[in-house]
Design a protein around this ligand. Structure first.
Ligand code: LMR
Length: 339
């Protein structure tokens, strides 16, 4: 008896869910897109997400509501990808270093140390055919990759000045979930510790880890300057995002609304990629102003020594990422591992 009523309730729920899907949205009963991310609102990704929300809600005349959940409010790094696949959220912008555990290891090519010298080189990849082909690889995971959003170049931090490879020896360094970043830290003689972004501040504060690598925008907005005495302007690697959606959800949207969302995303992408550099530069200044973290600059010889220690990671990771992919990026950007 009880079982029958449970089944009945489940059936009623399923029927009402189907009816809700089929019913045309209205401003009083809009289609809701939950957009979850792990950083602060006051970062390139946070600002672009809010800009996308504004454009999308205007363009769809309130028929679509974008709920942005920053700062890991809903999910941490790994959970948010699972939630997207399950349909508990519809939109994310995880860093490119976070697709390995999903089985799309090729995205770790963006983590190779020193592979991009500047945003122009990077854009040749993210805005060109290599970037598009990489996004396509997400289809088989039930995910649609829609765009790349920039953050910026990463800087090393610790409670001691990090200038030479020897300075890293024995330090526990927080990394994202990327095997390339694991190899990078090992190449410097440090001990990589994978940790969710939301746990980094506390990890640094309590000494679970000694140091980290972040673009300045993440370093400053997570208040890491309160718990790290030195920030080395190393620009040794890139951190950026793929904007992704649950494929089934996206394909099921009314085509006219989907098109307005795509226009909005295109504009939000241009916005993100326009502000990222200056936001990061501004946050270096904010760190300086805080007076809590000393900025360490590297001489050309010191940076060259770091690069020399780290470029062998490219060859070491070629089997995992795909040598052809690495070579195609070298060709696009002019990177020469011998220099
Ligand atoms: C990190 O975990 O360090 C970054 O991926 C966080 C982010 O989304 O920028």
């Amino acid at each position: 008896m009880q079982r029958r009523s449970l089944l009945g309730a489940a059936l009623a729920l399923a029927l009402s869910a189907t009816a809700a899907l089929a019913a045309a949205p209205t401003p009083a009963d809009p289609i809701v897109i939950k957009f979850s991310h792990v950083v602060a609102n006051d970062t390139p990704k946070g600002k672009a997400a809010m800009f996308f929300k504004k454009l999308a809600e205007e363009r769809t005349k309130g028929l679509v509501k974008i709920e942005v959940y920053p700062n890991s409010q809903l999910y941490k790094d790994k959970e948010e990808l699972e939630a997207l696949q399950l349909g508990a959220v519809q939109m994310l912008a995880p860093s490119l270093a976070k697709f390995g555990p999903l089985g799309v290891k090729e995205f770790e090519v963006f983590d190779l140390p020193f592979i991009f010298d500047n945003y122009d080189e990077l854009h040749k990849v993210t805005q060109g055919p290599i970037g598009a082909a990489l996004l396509k690889k997400l289809d088989s995971k039930g995910i649609l990759g829609l765009a790349y959003w920039d953050n910026g170049f990463k800087q090393f931090s610790a409670n001691k000045p990090l200038k030479t490879p020897a300075d890293f020896r024995g330090l526990k360094m927080r990394i994202q979930s990327s095997k390339v970043l694991d190899a990078q830290m090992r190449a410097l003689g440090s001990l990589p510790q994978q940790m969710a972004f939301s746990e980094v501040y506390q990890g640094l504060q309590t000494g679970v880890v000694d140091g980290a690598e972040n673009p300045p925008s993440n370093f400053y907005t997570q208040k890491m300057h309160e718990v790290q005495k030195y920030l080395t302007l190393s620009d040794h690697g890139y951190l950026g995002y793929a904007v992704i959606v649950n494929k089934r959800f996206w394909d099921g949207l009314p085509p006219d609304l989907r098109q307005q969302l795509e226009f909005s995303l295109k504009e939000a992408t241009q916005f993100a990629n326009r502000i990222a550099k200056s936001e990061n530069e501004g946050d270096i200044e904010n760190v300086k102003k805080s007076g809590k973290t000393q900025i360490v600059t590297l001489s050309p010889a010191e940076r060259a020594a770091l690069k020399k220690a780290l470029v062998p990671v490219h060859a070491q990771m070629a089997d995992r990422i795909g040598n052809d992919l690495i070579q195609s990026i070298y060709k696009e950007t002019g990177f020469n591992p011998a220099n």
